[in-house]
Design a protein around this ligand. Structure first.
Ligand code: 5RP
Length: 262
């Protein structure tokens, strides 16, 4: 692997643990100002010290994140869709590789929608992005999006999506946790992280999700709502780190959470 690519991936997946805790705040690119992310800079400022990377668009990065105090950046470079538009899968490249270089991105993120109306457009978009990013040593994170069809998140579907993303050359994949998650992990020759999905009922549920995912082979999490929509976001991100980087059990992480929460 080229030095630049290896160096960027080492910023995202910590060599000491082989694991990753990323904070996703890119939701606005198709959802607008979601609850608790109306002012992304304020919401995430205290959390940044505990994230190995933040995933976001160039607009939020430039306007809301201090360049002198930022973890590694995973730049979302796909979009062009909205929650009220024709079809969520109608997504394409929005941000050039030159921008990614200018913003010192450690990776670019692009969503694919396997089985959806615009599947072909998103798969070719991913392949084209990888072709360009490879020239600059920038890894690409493929996101196996499911749009509004959350029920699609089963092992058969996700392993198909992850394998296609890896075959097209993605160096990293973000997917969902599901029953039989090992099947998804086994179908991908590149590291997988999981999204948190919509806010779960309790913080313990989020800890259990992180635990199950890493136990079954994910290298970590790229969580959003289950961190910053929590009333105890600082405590939950540290508890998730305890699981991901230090192999804590759910009970140990819950203990840490309880000792840190308000
Ligand atoms: C959408 C994304 C989102 O950033 C991500 O899934 C959100 O994270 P979470 O589900 O944990 O709020 O990539 O495709």
């Amino acid at each position: 692997m080229d030095w630049g690519m290896e160096n960027r991936i080492a910023k995202l997946i910590k060599p000491e643990s082989g694991r990753a805790v990323w904070l996703a705040i890119d939701h606005g690119y198709f959802l607008g100002a979601v609850s608790k992310l109306e002012k992304p800079g304020e919401t995430v400022k205290p959390l940044l010290a505990f994230a190995d990377a933040i995933m976001l668009t160039r607009g939020v990065l430039r306007n809301c994140i201090d360049a002198k105090n930022s973890p590694a950046v995973i730049l979302r470079v796909s979009g062009g869709n909205s929650i009220i538009g024709e079809d969520l899968s109608k997504e394409a490249i929005t941000t050039s590789i030159k921008e990614a270089v200018r913003l010192n991105a450690a990776a670019c993120a692009f969503s694919i929608y396997v089985g959806a109306k615009y599947e072909h457009q998103t798969l070719l978009g991913l392949a084209n992005l990888i072709n360009e990013a490879q020239e600059y040593g920038i890894p690409v994170l493929a996101v196996t999006a499911v749009g509004k069809e959350l029920a699609k998140r089963d092992a058969r579907y996700l392993s198909l999506s992850c394998r296609i993303a890896a075959e097209l050359g993605a160096q990293l994949i973000k997917t969902y946790y599901c029953e039989n998650f090992e099947k998804v992990v086994n179908s991908s020759p590149v590291p997988l992280v999981i999204a948190g999905g919509p806010k779960l009922r309790t913080e313990r549920d989020a800890l259990q999700l992180a635990y199950d995912a890493v136990q079954q082979g994910a290298v970590g999490v790229d969580m959003g709502r289950n961190i910053w929509q929590s009333d105890n976001s600082l405590a939950i991100i540290q508890a998730v780190r305890h699981i991901v980087h230090e192999n804590a059990s759910v009970s140990q992480a819950q203990e840490l959470f309880d000792s840190l929460k308000n």
